[in-house]
Design a protein around this ligand. Structure first.
Ligand SMILES: *[C@@H]1O[C@H](CO)[C@@H](O)[C@H](O)[C@H]1NC(C)=O
Ligand SMILES: *[C@@H]1O[C@H](CO)[C@@H](O)[C@H](O)[C@H]1NC(C)=O
Ligand SMILES: *[C@@H]1O[C@H](CO)[C@@H](O)[C@H](O)[C@H]1NC(C)=O
Ligand SMILES: *[C@@H]1O[C@H](CO)[C@@H](O)[C@H](O)[C@H]1NC(C)=O
Ligand SMILES: *[C@@H]1O[C@H](CO)[C@@H](O)[C@H](O)[C@H]1NC(C)=O
Ligand SMILES: *[C@@H]1O[C@H](CO)[C@@H](O)[C@H](O)[C@H]1NC(C)=O
Ligand SMILES: *[C@@H]1O[C@H](CO)[C@@H](O)[C@H](O)[C@H]1NC(C)=O
Ligand SMILES: *[C@@H]1O[C@H](CO)[C@@H](O)[C@H](O)[C@H]1NC(C)=O
Ligand SMILES: *[C@@H]1O[C@H](CO)[C@@H](O)[C@H](O)[C@H]1NC(C)=O
Ligand SMILES: *[C@@H]1O[C@H](CO)[C@@H](O)[C@H](O)[C@H]1NC(C)=O
Length: 498
């Protein structure tokens, strides 16, 4: 038995072992003032969101996503499924228009065929697998099947008896669809797309599921859910649902199909019957979800097998019908303002508007330019900050003025000194801020946004042979202020000659 389990683990590992998990975001568009595709892409870039799923294959959106490096899952909307599932030619046309026309400029990595078809559009279920096959063969014909996976997102409600996970199985009424679907996913090395909503499981459990368990909050060991058959411990609902899907697949003898969670999230607002749709809970759920997924820890059944996940969703969709919560799953409003600030310190680069622990050192407003200049020269010289990014043609050259350049140097020094007390002072002309001063391609050290991490301190650090670095006459401002250049000249001369 243990050997069998090990073998199962190994087979699954071969599918996705050396990939890191990613967090993506779903982009629903039911907003009364939907931002333009260009605005959407600007937000994605600002938040370092590298993976998105669209609910259609909107041409303008795909166009805006071109050459951004963002990975895109496009979708066949449910209302187009019947046509595509009944006609190879219709499917081929769909792929030509919505995929082939956009790759490789737009990096389309998957096609989600329909959304929760079995539970929302059961009359289309008989043609679901044909639709996947037709779309796949159109990709094969264009030699795109290696890079673009075809699958279909399922609601987790097709999984019955989902706790304990080891006893879960897919609703048997759907076997005639599920078995060929899983065969298709297996033979095309695609993945099972699953929507996972601990919020609904929690809401429907009438108190059986503790809120903390749904929100990934630590539980006392005696409250942890244990699967009596496997003795696996479950510390959160998300993992339990994903494992229930693995067990449901293995019940049908499919043991090597990886899972992508195509939707998961928590609403930040609800009506009186939805008291747990709150800002705090939404923030806690999504922050913990992101940390959990990016930790690559997998699930209790398949530790280390990553479960990449798309958060539902980018924007609050105010035009969606239904209860108040329906309109409040978003991370941002239509003006790209965050609904809440995720607690993501330490989770890397994504959605890092979290300023709770992100601080920068900048030039004080109104500081004396001469003092700034002197401090800049000290920072790039004796302070051993690498100021190459300030050189002409480098990302932080513009704006070419002493405030911007000294801000860069102050911050680089502050970060280099691990933000220790007193390292953001510079004789009183510097101050600490929580707003990231990065702009355009000029990414400041310590910024977790955009390009991610800390600039490479090794390569950015001035060489230890720094007699030269102190003498670089690189901090001149082209046509800046006359007085400034004179002062630099003087300072540089004195430094060179010391
Ligand atoms: C597109 O995305 C895939 C999957 O992440 C990646 O391997 C590939 O390098 C990307 N292609 C481009 C052109 O960025
Ligand atoms: C569907 O069309 C593709 C070409 O787009 C072809 O390669 C494939 O054999 C066709 N499949 C069926 C089932 O007709
Ligand atoms: C299983 O699926 C069938 C067909 O959709 C449905 O009628 C039935 O209620 C489902 N069973 C359960 C227990 O949800
Ligand atoms: C799974 O495999 C076992 C052993 O080969 C077999 O007994 C069982 O019928 C299979 N189940 C399904 C659903 O195919
Ligand atoms: C991350 O993974 C490690 C080991 O895999 C585990 O000990 C730790 O609890 C995980 N952290 C989170 C936040 O899941
Ligand atoms: C979040 O980040 C974006 C892009 O960097 C910025 O425009 C926005 O003002 C930030 N919001 C908050 C609350 O910091
Ligand atoms: C915040 O940053 C400081 C120093 O950079 C670090 O010591 C501290 O542990 C961080 N706090 C959190 C909550 O990450
Ligand atoms: C991002 O980082 C890489 C290496 O860490 C660097 O080559 C690249 O120029 C950076 N991009 C920006 C926009 O700073
Ligand atoms: C950082 O710099 C070192 C030495 O220059 C280099 O080996 C390493 O690859 C760099 N790391 C990144 C992330 O650029
Ligand atoms: C620094 O100087 C020493 C001796 O002068 C030399 O061996 C070393 O390679 C230099 N290091 C760098 C990074 O230039």
């Amino acid at each position: 038995m243990a050997l069998l389990l090990l073998l199962l683990l190994l087979t699954v590992s071969t599918v996705s072992a050396d990939e890191d998990a990613f967090i993506g975001v779903n982009i629903g568009t039911a907003l009364s003032d939907m931002p333009s595709p260009i605005q959407v892409v600007a937000l994605l870039k600002a938040q370092n969101i590298r993976h998105v799923r669209l609910y259609d294959a909107d041409q303008a959106m795909l166009h805006a996503l071109a050459n951004t490096g963002i990975r895109v899952t496009v979708s066949v909307p449910n209302e187009q499924l019947l046509g595509i599932g009944q006609s190879n030619a219709t499917a081929a046309n769909w792929v030509a228009r919505n995929v082939i026309a956009h790759v490789p400029a737009t990096n389309i990595t998957a096609i989600a065929v329909g959304s929760e078809i079995l539970t929302t559009l059961p009359n289309a279920a008989p043609v679901l697998v044909s639709a996947l096959k037709f779309i796949h063969s159109a990709l094969v014909a264009s030699n795109l099947d290696g890079q673009i996976k075809v699958s279909t997102p399922q609601s987790s409600s097709i999984i019955l008896d989902s706790f304990p996970p080891s006893q879960a199985f897919f609703n048997r009424s759907w076997d005639p669809v599920m078995v060929p679907l899983l065969k298709f996913l297996q033979s095309t090395r695609s993945y099972f797309m699953l929507n996972v909503y601990p919020y609904y499981d929690y809401m429907q459990s009438n108190g059986v599921i503790p809120l903390d368990y749904a929100l990934f909050r630590p539980l006392p060991p005696n409250k942890e859910a244990v699967d009596a058959n496997t003795l696996l411990h479950y510390t959160n609902v998300f993992d339990a649902i994903v494992d229930a899907a693995y067990f449901s697949m293995s019940y049908l003898n499919f043991t090597n199909i990886p899972i992508f969670v195509t939707e998961s999230g928590w609403p930040s607002k609800g009506d009186s019957s939805e008291p747990d749709a709150t800002l705090d809970n939404a923030n806690t759920y999504n922050s913990n979800l992101i940390r959990h997924v990016l930790n690559n820890s997998g699930t209790p059944k398949h530790p280390g097998i990553v479960v990449s996940t798309y958060i539902y969703e980018l924007y609050n969709e105010d035009s969606r019908p239904g209860p108040v919560s329906e309109k409040n799953w978003g991370l941002f409003d239509a003006n790209s303002m965050p609904i809440y600030t995720l607690h993501l310190t330490g989770a890397g680069t994504l959605l890092s508007n979290d300023t709770t622990n992100q601080t920068f050192c900048v030039a004080k407003e109104g500081a004396d330019p001469k003092m700034l200049q002197a401090a800049l020269d000290w920072g790039c010289g004796p302070g051993k900050v690498d100021c190459t990014f300030l050189l002409q043609g480098q990302p932080c050259y513009e704006p070419n003025n002493v405030v911007a350049h000294s801000t860069y140097a102050f911050n680089a020094y502050f970060q280099k000194m691990a933000k220790s007390p007193g390292t953001c002072d510079f004789k009183g002309v510097a101050t600490i801020t929580t707003s990231d001063p990065s702009h355009g391609s000029c990414i400041f050290p310590g910024s977790s946004g955009r390009n991610g991490s800390f600039p490479n301190t090794t390569s950015l650090a001035p060489s230890s042979n720094s007699s030269t670095s102190g003498c670089h006459s690189v901090y001149f401002y082209g046509a800046g202020s006359f007085t400034t250049s004179v002062i630099i000249g003087v300072l540089l001369m004195s430094m060179v000659c010391l």
